[in-house]
Design a binder for this molecule. Structure first.
Ligand code: ADP
Length: 490
């Protein structure tokens, strides 16, 4: 059987451009698929950081865009993260006008969406079509796999472009970001005018890139089995639940893994001390270093609760804010690393001022600090309202930073609550609570504190989590099965 060729389309890619878990997934998947004999080549917008990271670029061709512009398409090599020996061949859209500007990949410095986002990400889709139709004479994909709304138009454009029909997979990493645009923005994007209807790309009078992906892709996946079920309900479906129920036979939940090239406590270059399940006492060095660098009282006995998160409503952080006083009262510390919502940022800053030495807040995005938090913190808090998969609890598990999570989405699929039974049968890996309510959350915190005060049980829970990290090889094998099914190559 010849090697499968997959074009992976996304806006983010670790380590070059990352705002959340999407980048971790798209950065890890090509390497994991390569190990299974399948070549996945990323296609990325040419943000400055992406062009900077692309080695040996050559132009493979130009792609005309339906609104009268054209872009250059480059092919080059992306080095493996952490100095790995491998390389991933990738395509990058080289357009200063579309992608090189101040601000983030999606927003201006004032945190407003870039006004031409519909064109910036429609360009991604049309270049994917050009590659699927042979723009690079040396490599033509069997299948195109798009991720999240930024690549939502890919399945639609593939269908609109006509033969040769190249099948598509579309993965939802977060249904709440729907890629919504005005009706007028639809004109000029190159799709048939009559597709702007509820049975097409229209979502309550607007254009939705997410809906385009959900409607036109041949197969749909999301990043955990629980989230795949949840998004078919009104509570989690963000208005797409009807469409997703209709398409349920095409929808599958595949859990993310962790990239051990990047996340491994035994060789993580960001940690003061390396350790494994049998040398957990070495974490104390990391904890002391973390307390010192973040301005917390250096005190080994105090349990150190942590947050590494986008500061948004989704992540349930108001619960953490409400519990700050309780944590300090109970002799615990809290370290928050995050950025996002201005109200949450200032509320956490205020808590840090009220409890100097016991609560610390780092606002901003800091990859290295996030590693030190998993390597030195005792507990990672992930009390999300909804969570498609969640990666921070997976990093917590792998690093012995015990997760406290809400029973929702991928959190429910990856953390086993600690009770007498799960301690006895050796399955406990964290603390899980049910309802998005202060009482439930605080009870979970108290249970975590009680566990922390039983060192033997604590070690057992840490070790169980570390013993079975979710590897990307499992997820990659599931994607490969899906690709083969779709191409009739089982
Ligand atoms: P989401 O994709 O919804 O943001 P995930 O848990 O799936 O949530 O992935 C978040 C990723 O972003 C993880 O790799 C996490 O460590 C990282 N992250 C989030 N906020 C920060 C931050 N402020 N600094 C560094 N890394 C962060």
């Amino acid at each position: 059987m010849s090697e499968l060729k997959i074009l992976q389309v996304s806006a983010e890619y670790f380590p070059l451009i990352k705002t959340g878990g999407l980048a971790d997934v798209t950065g890890a998947l090509p390497g994991a698929l390569r190990a299974l004999g399948c070549e996945a080549r990323p296609l990325l917008p040419g943000f400055a950081a992406v062009l900077d990271g692309l080695q040996d670029p050559v132009e493979v061709g130009r792609c005309d865009l339906p609104w009268g512009r054209w872009v250059r398409v480059l092919r080059g090599q992306l080095p493996d993260p952490e100095g790995g020996a491998g390389h991933t061949t990738a395509y990058v859209i080289d357009s200063v006008a579309l992608y090189q500007r101040p601000g983030g990949p999606y927003e201006t410095p004032e945190r407003q969406p870039h006004p031409d986002n519909h064109q910036r990400f429609a360009a991604l889709a049309w270049v994917a079509v050009a590659l699927a139709h042979g723009l690079d004479a040396d490599w033509r994909p069997d299948l195109v796999h798009g991720h999240d709304w930024h690549a939502g138009l890919v399945p639609a454009c593939l269908k609109a472009a006509g033969p040769p029909f190249v099948p598509s997979v579309f993965t939802v990493h977060n249904l709440a970001y729907q890629g919504l645009f005005a009706r007028a923005d639809f004109d000029g994007l190159g799709l048939p005018w009559h597709w702007f209807q509820p049975d097409g790309v229209e979502f309550h009078g607007q254009l939705s890139f997410m809906k385009a992906g959900l409607h036109y892709a041949d197969r749909l996946t999301t990043v955990s089995p629980s989230y795949a079920r949840e998004i078919q309900t009104a509570e989690f479906g963000c208005g797409f639940e009807g469409l997703l129920r209709h398409r349920h036979a095409a929808l599958r939940g595949i859990l993310n893994g962790i990239d051990e090239r990047v996340w491994h406590p035994g060789r993580d270059r960001h940690l003061a001390a390396h350790y494994g399940a049998d040398s957990l006492e070495r974490r104390a060095l990391n904890k002391a270093a973390l307390q010192a660098e973040s301005g917390l009282q250096v005190c080994p006995e105090r349990p150190l609760f942590t947050v590494v998160s986008r500061l948004t409503e989704q992540k349930g952080l108001p619960l953490v804010l409400q519990a700050c006083d309780l944590l300090v009262e109970q002799g615990a510390q809290l370290l928050v690393l995050g950025s996002g919502d201005a109200g949450l940022e200032s509320a956490f800053r205020l808590k840090a001022l009220q409890h100097p030495g016991q609560i610390a807040v780092r606002l901003g995005y800091d990859e290295a600090l996030s590693h030190r938090i998993f390597g030195g913190g005792d507990v990672i808090l992930v009390p999300s309202r909804f969570e498609p998969c969640g990666l921070t609890q997976l990093y917590g598990l792998a690093y012995g930073c015990v997760p406290l999570v809400r029973r929702v989405g991928g959190l429910a699929d990856t953390v086993t609550d600690t009770d007498l039974l799960s301690l006895v049968d050796g399955s406990a890996t964290g603390v899980v609570f049910e309802r998005m309510e202060r009482g439930d959350f605080e009870y979970a915190l108290r249970r975590m504190l009680a566990l922390y005060r039983r060192p033997q049980d604590w070690r057992q829970v840490q070790r169980t989590g570390m013993a079975r990290p979710l590897h990307w090889s499992d997820a990659a094998a599931s994607y490969l099965t899906l690709y083969r099914e779709l191409l009739g190559r089982c």
